[in-house]
Design a protein around this ligand. Structure first.
Ligand code: HEC
Length: 105
């Protein structure tokens, strides 16, 4: 019984720990994969500035909610064949965490 309780406690701690580091991991993904073309302000670089991007309506990428961003980040050209943004071949968890980060901008 004691073992089960400590196991449950460990899992709870791990879950909380993962929750806290989520947006931080997204920031790392952003610096590695997005920063070359995007700023975190409103300033345009190669692509649009991403400040306040979550929930935005994009002419190319559609509605930028969780589902819309996930589809676009997976494969921009599958969402809109005119998209200039390349497929960055992100892992699913990189997509999830970078979206969490975009929500904070
Ligand atoms: C090689 C340059 C390049 C890289 C790298 C890149 N993007 Fe883009 N992105 C673009 C361009 C160009 C657009 C404008 C729409 C289009 O043509 O696809 C865009 C559009 C977007 C949009 C839609 C914004 C809007 O308001 O229309 C989002 C969101 C986005 N990018 C997120 C990201 C994220 C997150 C990453 C990193 C994981 C990333 N991009 C990496 C070039 C890039």
């Amino acid at each position: 019984m004691k073992k089960i309780i400590s196991l449950v406690a460990t899992i709870a701690l791990l879950t909380v720990g993962a929750g806290i580091s989520f947006a931080g991991d997204g920031e790392k993904v952003f610096k590695k994969k997005c920063k070359g073309c995007h700023t975190t302000t409103a300033k345009k670089k190669m692509g649009p500035g991403l400040k306040g991007v979550f929930g935005r309506e994009s002419a190319i990428a559609g509605t930028l909610d969780d589902a819309g961003l996930t589809a676009y980040l997976k494969d921009p050209k599958a969402v809109n064949k005119k998209a200039k943004m390349p497929n960055l071949k992100l892992e699913d968890d990189q997509i999830t965490s970078v979206i969490e980060y975009l929500k904070t901008l």
